[in-house]
Every structure is written in structure tokens, then in C-alpha cells.
Design a protein around this ligand. Structure first.
Ligand SMILES: C[S@@+](CC[C@H](N)C(=O)[O-])C[C@H]1O[C@@H](n2cnc3c(N)ncnc32)[C@H](O)[C@@H]1O
Length: 310
């Protein structure tokens, strides 16, 4: 495993470690193992402890578990291919009671950079975008089956693109001639829908459309909602066995709709006296981190410590 093939720089790494404050012998769930950047830093601190890695992407999961085992040889590492919306069930099946839980949402840079995964528009590839490659529906399937107005709603609500209706119209016109199966085809349609407005846009015109489709294909907002519900139930002792009474829970989000969900859950648990917020405001990356990792620009980290009566 060389530094080159990691393909992803973990965001807010120092902040995550400081906020979660891992201690020797503890148990951690990394619900989005990715390339194991955060997990290996945490594992080195809990070593000898226990680490449960979850990811929807089998390649990332295998990579992360090898990396974490290297970083913390005396730590027990279990890897489960699955969706974090089932975190409580996965943890219970593994007999895990976690002191630490981390979710670093979205996708990793190596996923974005691989043309065959279809997440990006910089290179041409199949219009796929599935985080779990065994999931049934790709972005091409969504584009083929949603109505024009549903496509517009997805691009407007999840991508906040003001030209969503124009883009959906272009897509509908084009798919009536031939199916839209590649990232380059979709990116060209978005650019055409923007027309001369593309020149005024700081971002590539397809950025928001691609992000919106990815979130829709992977049902990401509902997955996050389920994860947060599981944490809230554990904090309320309704389903507490998988999280320790004083567990620390950290979520890194990259989208305002995700951050809103995290903030709402954490504030209401704090208001009920069931958790303490580690920071009132989300932690964000400084200029230095952003200059070496542009992905960090939109990252927001929120952390709570549960205060459940054991
Ligand atoms: C931003 S990356 C995590 C990077 C990781 N923290 C690191 O330092 O390498 C997000 C990862 O979460 C995975 N993922 C996204 N949504 C998921 C979900 N609902 N359940 C499980 N894994 C998910 C993606 O496949 C990806 O590997």
C-alpha cells in the first residue's frame, strides 16, 4: 500500500481526533471507512482496541481494513459491507458497544476520480454513480425513468441549481432521441442548457447536477436520517446496547441539507439533556487545509458526547 494509491486525503483529521478524543482500549465504529484515513489515525490511538469498519463500497472497505490493521496491529478490526442506515443492527450483530462513532459523508476522491464509477464529468464514463456497485439502480436508470418534472426537482432540491428546469427540459428532449448513458453526454446537455450563462458560473455548470444525482441515486439524505435516528434512540436508551452511555459521535457533512439534519438531531439531544455538544458551532477547515485539499472547503464537523444514564 503506497501513499500514492490511497487516493483520498481525510478532511479535518486533527479536529476529528481532538473532538472524539480516542483512548487506549476503546471501541470505535467508522461508518464510512473510505480509504481508512480517519480510521487508521483513531485506531493508532485506541490500540489495543476494537474497530468496526462499515462501507457501501467493497473496494474501499477492503483497502481501509488493510490500512487500519497496519496502523494498529493489536486492535481487532471487523469490516462489514453495508449501509450505515443499519448501523445499530450491524453493531449488534458484531457484538459491538461503541465508545466512538464517526460518519464522514459522501464519496472519497478515489471514487470521484475513477471514470468507470461515473461520479465525475472530468472524464467520460458510464453514468453510474452507485456507491454500492451491487445496488440495482444507476444514475442512467434514474435519468431514463424519472419524469421531466421529477428530474428538475432533484436538481433543484439536492443541487440547488437555479437552472434545474432548463436542464431537465434538455435531458427530456435528448432522451427521447437516444438514452443518456455516459457522463460526457449528460455534462454536454447541462452545458447546453446553461448556454451563455455558463461563462458567469464559477463552478463547471454540471457540478450541481452531478452532485444532486449522486445524492438521489444513493438515497443519501434518507440514509443519514436513519443513522441519526439510531443515534437518537441510543441516546434515549430505547435501543442503547450498541453505543456506550458516554459515547462520542462525530459527523462530517458536505451539503447544507445534511448539516441541517445533523444540527437538528444534536441540538435536540442536547436540549433534552441526553448529550453535550462538543462545539456549539461546526468545525470547518482553515485556509491551509483548503489549499492542499479543496474537498475540505464545504466540510462541517459536528460532535456530541452522549449523557445517557447507564
Ligand atoms: C468521504 S469518504 C470517507 C473517507 C474516510 N473517512 C477516509 O479518511 O478515508 C465516504 C465513504 O463513505 C461511504 N459511504 C457513503 N454513504 C454510505 C452509507 N450510507 N453507508 C456506508 N458507507 C457509505 C462511501 O462509499 C465512501 O467510501
Amino acid at each position: 500500500m503506497s501513499a500514492d494509491d490511497v487516493g483520498h486525503i481525510p478532511v479535518l483529521l486533527d479536529e476529528v481526533v481532538q473532538s472524539l478524543a480516542p483512548v487506549r482500549g476503546e471501541c470505535c465504529i467508522d461508518a464510512t471507512a473510505g480509504r481508512g484515513g480517519h480510521a487508521s489515525a483513531i485506531a493508532a490511538r485506541i490500540n489495543p482496541g476494537r474497530m468496526l469498519l462499515i462501507d457501501r463500497d467493497r473496494d474501499n472497505l477492503a483497502y481501509a481494513s488493510a490500512r487500519v490493521r497496519d496502523a494498529a496491529p493489536q486492535t481487532r478490526v471487523d469490516a462489514v459491507h453495508g449501509d450505515f442506515r443499519n448501523v445499530a443492527e450491524i453493531a449488534r450483530n458484531q457484538g459491538m458497544c461503541a465508545d466512538l462513532l464517526l460518519a464522514d459523508l459522501g464519496l472519497s476522491s478515489n471514487q470521484l476520480d475513477r471514470a468507470d464509477r461515473g461520479f465525475g464529468f472530468q472524464q467520460d464514463g458510464p453514468l453510474d454513480m452507485r456507491l454500492d456497485q451491487s445496488a440495482p439502480n444507476t444514475a442512467a436508470d434514474l435519468i431514463a425513468t424519472l419524469s421531466e418534472s421529477d428530474i428538475a426537482d432533484v436538481i433543484f432540491q439536492l443541487g440547488e441549481d437555479p437552472f434545474a428546469r432548463l436542464i431537465a427540459r434538455k435531458v427530456a428532449q435528448s432522451r427521447s432521441q437516444a438514452p443518456i448513458l455516459t457522463t460526457a453526454h449528460l455534462a454536454r446537455l447541462v452545458r447546453e442548457a446553461y448556454g451563455s450563462r455558463a461563462r458567469a458560473s464559477r463552478l463547471h455548470p454540471a457540478t450541481r447536477t452531478f452532485m444532486a444525482l449522486r445524492i438521489a441515486v444513493n438515497d443519501e439524505l434518507r440514509g443519514l436520517e436513519a443513522l441519526l435516528k439510531s443515534v437518537a434512540s441510543a441516546a434515549r436508551s430505547m435501543d442503547g446496547g450498541w453505543l456506550s452511555p458516554a459515547a462520542r459521535v462525530a459527523v462530517i457533512s458536505f451539503h447544507s441539507l445534511e448539516d441541517r439534519q445533523v444540527k437538528r438531531t444534536f441540538v435536540s439531544l442536547a436540549d433534552e439533556g441526553l448529550a453535550r455538544r462538543v462545539n456549539r458551532k461546526p468545525l470547518i477547515a482553515g485556509d491551509r487545509e483548503i489549499s492542499r485539499n479543496s474537498r475540505a472547503r464545504s466540510a462541517k464537523l459536528r460532535t456530541i458526547t452522549l449523557a445517557r444514564t447507564p
